[in-house]
Design a binder for this molecule. Structure first.
Ligand SMILES: [Zn+2]
Length: 304
């Protein structure tokens, strides 16, 4: 389907081994830097229409209008940017990358700004914490004689919240929890839970991991967006009489994978409505805001 959109826009289509899709155009007389723009088309189960797809559609429209650049449609982003990583590992990278994406949060709506320039993408660390206790009969073991793994885990979960709250820009989440043996009349003997910890720069990522005291089994580096590209996006937003808001991204993105590989990258966020809800069918941006994002992206492509 996306291939058809690229062809319809008059772009030259290419697919790489990882299944990433590209659409290229170069009208004579436009700039010579190899600029890519795009996002991903996959989404999460029960997801919304905007996460990923907005950046692909905006890229096709903007590249067609600007008459230059390459639309990059990355495969399999939600499970850890698989397409973007495969691409980076092969090394045929552009001179710059721009990604339009729905904000997936409430900050632009709170600021009354349709668009935002991303300053950087947080680093993500994930791991597992195991808390041991002793199983016992729920009826015959007195309260003062218990070693309840779930009660201890509950204290740790609260401590994780406090620890992350104390580091500026950091967040940490316990989203999965398994209780053993998991019976209504047995004191829990073991609890295993996940931890997902994020912070805007390497220093704070490490500070957070140390303070939480877990061993990450999955880790992505925080990525700073390129000052030059951010400057052009800011100027294009300002030229339209809109407020200029810069914000860090708390979610991972293909732009972070490219930035980490050394490609100067930037992201333009589009205001989320409905309180910033995302990974949900209620995810929404207005048509007016999307149109502004396409204008800014096309103008930025033309200037680079
Ligand atoms: Zn996304």
């Amino acid at each position: 389907m996306a291939r058809g959109w690229l062809e319809e826009a008059g772009l030259e289509v290419e697919v790489d081994e990882a299944g990433n899709l590209f659409g290229h155009v170069q009208v004579p007389g436009t700039g010579t830097r190899r600029i890519w723009t795009g996002s991903h088309l996959d989404t999460v189960p029960q997801g919304g229409k905007f996460d990923g797809a907005l950046g692909v559609v905006a890229a096709i429209e903007a590249v067609e209008r600007a008459g230059r650049g390459t639309v990059a449609i990355f495969r399999d982003e939600e499970r850890g940017c698989a397409g973007g990583r495969a691409l980076v590992s092969r090394g045929a990278l552009p001179d710059a990358f721009l990604e339009v994406h729905i904000e997936q949060g409430p900050r632009l709506a709170d600021a009354g700004a349709p668009l935002g320039v991303v300053s950087g993408v947080v680093g993500v660390s994930r791991g597992t914490i195991v808390i041991e206790g002793h199983a016992g009969h729920a009826g015959t073991t007195p309260m003062d004689a218990r070693d309840d793994a779930l009660v201890k885990a509950a204290e740790v979960v609260l401590r994780i919240r406090e620890t992350a709250s104390a580091i500026d820009g950091a967040v940490a989440t316990v989203g999965e929890l398994a209780v053993e043996p998991g019976a209504v009349n047995v004191i829990p003997s073991r609890v295993t839970f996940s931890i997902d910890a994020r912070a805007p720069d390497s220093e704070r990522c490490q500070q957070l991991i140390d303070a939480l005291g877990f061993e990450p089994t999955y880790r992505t580096s925080p990525a700073q967006m390129a000052p030059e590209l951010r400057g052009v996006l800011r100027a294009e937003i300002e030229a339209r009489g809109l407020p200029v808001v810069e914000l860090a991204s708390g979610a991972g993105h293909d732009a972070a994978v490219l930035a980490a590989a050394g490609v100067p990258s930037a992201m333009l966020f589009v205001r989320s409505l409905n309180g910033g809800v995302s990974h949900s069918p209620d995810e929404l941006s207005s048509e007016e805001d999307v149109a502004l994002a396409v204008d800014v992206l096309a103008a930025t492509l033309a200037r680079l």
